[in-house]
Write a protein that binds this ligand. Structure first.
Ligand SMILES: [Zn+2]
Ligand SMILES: [Zn+2]
Length: 168
């Protein structure tokens, strides 16, 4: 979603309200798939010299997978973000390129929302996760692995890794 900011560049100091719907492509974050619903972005932009500052509230829904059972989890996500768009800027550090009279809101919204991602997604507070022996989802299945086998399984972490690989 591109925003034409020529009026703001011609009238420095004047703020212009805007709202936009932004599509963010799905991505992989720390080995987990992350996708967003179309996000709403509402705020204002102000020109100063050859740069434009965008301040907006961004909100939508994010889907990733439960850190314990690997099932999909969708939750609300929102943030308030400021960014400076200048000619020739590289993306990052809250600075983005101003291309002619246009700013591309997608990288800005994406980076702002990525900062708001939870440390890990959980389908519920008491998710039982996967059986470390057979990989069954213990929320929906009772596997036949022996309970009461309390010896720590040194391969549990490995088998979780293997399961994640198979999911991909
Ligand atoms: Zn879960
Ligand atoms: Zn099992």
């Amino acid at each position: 979603m591109r925003l034409n900011v020529s009026t703001a560049l011609a009238n420095p100091g004047q703020s212009y309200p805007f709202q936009a719907e932004i599509l963010i492509p799905p991505m992989v974050v720390l080995d987990d798939p992350v996708s967003f619903s179309p996000v709403r972005c509402e705020g204002e932009y102000v020109g100063s010299g050859s740069a434009v500052t965008v301040r907006a509230h961004i909100e939508g829904k994010v889907t990733s997978r439960c850190a314990k059972c690997l099932e999909p989890v969708t939750q609300d996500i929102s943030c308030q973000a400021d960014a400076l768009f200048t000619p020739g800027a590289r993306e990052g550090e809250d600075e983005y390129p101003l291309e002619g009279y246009q700013v591309d809101l997608m990288p800005y919204a994406r980076e702002a929302l990525l900062l708001e991602l939870p440390m890990r997604f959980l389908c519920s507070e008491d998710c039982k996760g996967l059986c470390p022996h057979c990989g069954a989802n213990l929320n929906t299945t009772r596997c036949s692995c022996r309970e009461g086998d309390t010896k720590p399984n040194p391969f549990a972490a490995l088998s979780e890794l293997r399961i994640e690989d198979e999911e991909v």
